[in-house]
Ligand binder design. Structure first.
Ligand SMILES: Nc1ncnc2c1ncn2[C@@H]1O[C@H](COP(=O)(O)OP(=O)(O)OP(=O)(O)O)[C@@H](O)[C@H]1O
Length: 611
């Protein structure tokens, strides 16, 4: 464990050093300033000796030393504090970006479904401040460690009996290890309740949730749940802090009693001439100083413990990210065009922590150039199928083939470079309209399509306006743009002063526009593309999407349209019916109708509903 903590300290030092070598060094000068200031009792003793013995050189030496330690110690302290304040900000920013990078660059989304990951992430996010202050905590620890060493030396010089006070160090260090353990246990045991509590708290400030909760008159119930979860979240911390504070008080009391006993003893000897007034004066100051030292050691343990625990979580996250990357070692490039298509062979998939498979025994071939409609009731597995085809999740069993290559062997970054999509829960990107749509086809400076690994090294360009306008036309969303006051320069969403918010259907059409910016994808996914649209425009728009899909098909790509609306699937080359996590039927609309199975039944029901 000590080795692990030392590695964590090395990580913090490396990070600080990488950010600013000079600030890292200057921040340590503060510790030197502390050493000087803790020499005060020594010079105070010299002053008292000079005054009582009338020896001028002792008085001058004491006063000079006192002035020097005060002034120089102060200057070093100021320089150190300035350096570390600047560093704190930058270290905090560095760790923030690193956490976002580790989470955002994991090849799949499996981690986001893993409760262990979510708990660690919650605990880490709660303590991000401690990560930003990690170097600060180290400096504090060093400051608080040099203080006792200096004070002990001064105390030994004044009277060896003062060193008896160090015996208090034994229960204090036991207290320190207990406190660290209790706090760690509190963080671990309350993480899930903390996440739930955050969820309920967010609901109360989310406009959509807030209106539903008002309509149902459920605000009181939500507040009660929030209270319960917040209680469950906070209780272990309160318990740990109360125990820590009680122990700390007992230790302080022990210290005060011991210090008083030693001072009385020293005073007795001073009265009988066995201890000089100068030594006694130094002793009195040292006792006060040692008390401060014990107090600051206790807070050091608290903050350093918090920092080391947070660094531990950060390192857990780093290792998790490395394992996640190692679980998907594929590096092969995706083909430029599909010859055969996409194939699922005996595929099964279970979400992390779920007790049943979301998909099982799926055998499916999606031929190159086809427009495939996927239908099925809620929970049938449609979104999961999309997740597997786009490599967002790794299959639990079986294989997904791109032509004849296992998706496992492909670089997922490269495969996704060839995928495009508009999703049911699409992003509402609050950027300018140009950026919100153009991110669908980011290019590097040579005009090639973005690869994720370049993101950190090269600024990626939004494609030219003519491509964005064409994509909006393909998505039948030109009218959404026409209604924006500043066209493509309009800021979307309430995050911007004067930003324009859109209706659900308008956001959805821009999301489809974003999907259409990417040219000739090998897989185009349109997940419920018309769910937020009114039935009058739905049909016309669907024909436009189908035409755009045909473009994809001509380039050898597969278009997957997921929909609940059976009226829109008749023109697809193939309809796949999912039920209970597997393929129930597939064929053309005509074939499935003729078969009179599940599809025909559902189609009949919907058609009757529209009559
Ligand atoms: N994150 C998850 N963790 C555990 N189970 C999940 C998760 N997401 C989905 N499931 C389960 O997997 C199954 C398939 O879900 P999926 O979202 O793929 O269905 P769907 O056909 O897209 O449904 P819908 O039409 O409602 O969008 C369902 O039983 C669902 O409960």
């Amino acid at each position: 464990m000590i080795r692990y903590h030392l590695q964590s300290i090395a990580l913090v030092l490396r990070t600080s050093w990488g950010i600013s070598r000079s600030a890292t060094v200057v921040a340590f000068l503060e510790a030197l300033g502390r050493v000087l200031q803790y020499l005060r009792p020594l010079f105070f003793g010299l002053i008292v000796a000079g005054l009582t013995t009338h020896e001028l050189h002792l008085l001058v030496a004491g006063l000079t030393g006192f002035a020097f330690t005060e002034s120089f110690g102060f200057v070093l302290g100021v320089c150190g504090v300035q350096a570390r304040v600047g560093l704190n900000e930058r270290i905090g920013h560095h760790f923030d970006s690193e956490v976002a990078r580790i989470s955002g660059t994991a090849p799949t989304l499996d981690h986001l479904q893993d409760p262990r990951y979510r708990d660690q992430m919650h605990a880490l996010r709660e303590r991000m401040g401690a990560l930003g202050m990690a170097y600060n905590s180290l400096i504090n620890a060093v400051n608080n460690l040099v203080a006792p060493v200096t004070t002990i030396i001064v105390a030994a010089g004044a009277d060896l009996r003062l060193l008896l006070l160090l015996l208090i160090g034994a229960p204090a260090s036991w207290w320190a290890s207990c406190t660290m353990r209790w706090e760690q246990q509190a963080e671990d045991s309350s993480a899930a309740a903390g996440r739930r509590s955050k969820h309920f708290a967010n609901l109360s400030v989310d406009p959509v949730a807030a209106s539903e909760l008002r309509i149902f008159g459920a605000r009181g119930r939500l507040l009660r749940l929030l209270g319960q979860e917040a209680d469950e979240w906070r209780k272990p911390f309160v318990r740990a802090e109360a125990r820590g504070a009680a122990f700390s008080s007992v230790i302080t009391l022990l210290y005060v009693v011991a210090a008083m006993a030693i001072l009385v003893w020293m005073a007795h000897d001073a009265l009988h001439g066995r201890v000089s007034p100068a030594r006694f004066a130094t002793g009195v100051l040292v006792v006060g100083q040692l008390r401060d030292v014990v107090g600051s050691l206790q807070s050091t343990v608290h903050f350093l413990g918090q920092t080391l625990r947070t660094v531990k979580r950060y390192r857990w996250l780093e290792e998790y990210g490395e394992h996640a990357a190692a679980d998907h070692p594929g590096v092969a490039e995706a083909p430029a065009a599909l010859r055969d298509g996409l194939t699922l062979e005996g595929v099964s998939f279970r979400y992390p922590g779920a007790d049943r498979e979301a998909l099982h025994d799926v055998d499916l071939h999606l031929p190159a150039g086809e427009v495939v409609a996927v239908v099925g009731e809620n929970g049938a597995g449609k979104s999961t199928l999309i997740g597997l085809l786009t490599g967002m999740y790794d299959v639990s069993g079986g294989r997904v083939l791109v032509d004849s290559t296992d998706l496992q062997e492909l670089s997922l970054d490269d495969w996704r470079r060839h995928c495009a999509g508009a999703f049911q829960d699409h992003l509402k990107l609050e950027l300018t309209a140009r950026e919100a749509i153009g991110v669908g086809g980011l290019e590097d400076t040579a005009g090639r399509v973005a690869r994720n690994e370049r993101i950190e090294t090269e600024p990626l360009a939004i494609p030219p306006d003519d491509r964005i306008l064409r994509a909006l036309d393909d998505a039948a969303a030109s009218d959404v743009l026409a209604a924006l006051p500043d066209g493509l320069d309009t800021h979307l969403g309430p995050s911007w002063p004067g930003g324009v918010d859109l209706s659900g259907g308008q956001w959805q059409r821009l999301a489809i526009g974003r999907a259409m910016v990417r040219q000739a994808p090998l897989l185009l996914v349109l997940d419920e593309p018309t769910s937020a649209l009114d039935p009058a425009t739905e049909h016309a728009l669907f024909d436009r999407y189908a035409a755009a899909a045909r473009e994809t098909s001509r380039a050898g790509g597969v278009t997957l349209i997921v929909t609940h609306r059976f009226s829109t699937v008749a023109s697809a080359d193939r309809v796949v019916v999912l039920a209970d996590g597997t393929v129930a039927e597939q064929g053309t609309h005509a074939e499935l109708m003729a078969a009179g199975g599940h599809y025909a039944q559902l189609y009949g029901l919907q058609a009757a509903g529209y009559r």
